[in-house]
Design a protein around this ligand. Structure first.
Ligand code: ZN
Length: 242
């Protein structure tokens, strides 16, 4: 039996109008509902995003924005120790000082990288001053490895500088694994010229980060650990309140 197509078609066309209308209406409602849903959905997303970006910076600490001075040993003056292949102490010291400065600045501190005889050292006021040097690049013996930290012999704030020294010894030793040379701190270190130039209330120390001969790999290829030790040593001191 043939299906009554024409009739069905006619009926269909007429019958389809309200159907199409209701379908359109339904579709429009669906779209509106979807848009509305998206809109309401967007709100918490936006809120949590703004909340996140608002909360992301660490809470303001009274220690942030403190000033720290880092002397890149020998910079602007001479090369310091020189290795047989031409590696100089000044380039090692400067790379360490600059990298440590970047790290400290990222933590919110204000950092001055100073030259060995920087004019700014006269009356220099800061939460801490650290002069960065490295030891000889000549082979002395198998014991010529390790680091030294000292404060001025005549320090106007000895308790604070002692705490700075203690923080540096602990953090630097931990980060680098180097031995602390307690017994070979020289007159040059404790009578270091910058100690006499800075403001007496500025806690200050000098570090010999290692020997350029035996500790060369650490000082050049593993500089991250050296920088980490210095940054953590300074933070240990600064965050306790200088
Ligand atoms: Zn030096």
């Amino acid at each position: 039996m043939a299906y009554p197509r024409a009739e069905d078609g006619r009926l269909g066309l007429v019958g389809l109008f309200p159907k199409a209308l209701s379908f359109l209406l339904l579709f429009a409602l669906l779209v509106l509902g979807l848009l509305g849903g998206l809109w309401f959905h967007r709100e918490p997303v936006v809120t949590s995003f703004t909340q996140e970006t608002y909360l992301a910076p660490q809470p303001p600490s009274p220690h942030r924005s403190l000033r720290v001075g880092l002397v890149a040993g020998h910079l602007g003056h001479d090369s310091g120790a020189v290795c047989a292949d031409g590696l100089t102490e000044v380039e090692v010291n400067t790379a360490i000082a600059q990298e440590a400065a970047r790290r400290l600045e990222a933590l919110g501190y204000t950092v001055d990288v100073l030259q060995e005889f920087d004019k700014r050292l006269y009356g220099y006021r800061a939460a801490a001053l650290l002069s960065i040097h490295a030891d000889s690049c000549e082979y002395i013996n198998e014991l010529a490895t390790g680091f030294k930290v000292a404060r001025a012999q005549a320090d106007a704030v000895p308790e604070r500088s002692d705490r700075l020294v203690a923080c540096l010894i602990s953090a630097y030793g931990k980060s680098t694994g180097l031995r602390f040379h307690k017994d070979s701190i020289t007159y040059d270190m404790t009578e270091y010229h910058a100690f006499r130039e800075i403001a007496p209330e500025t806690p200050a120390a000098i570090i010999e980060v290692g020997f350029l001969y035996l500790d060369r790999d650490l000082l050049t290829r593993e500089r991250k650990r050296v920088v980490e030790g210095i940054v953590e040593g300074l933070r240990c001191f600064l965050e306790e309140g200088p």
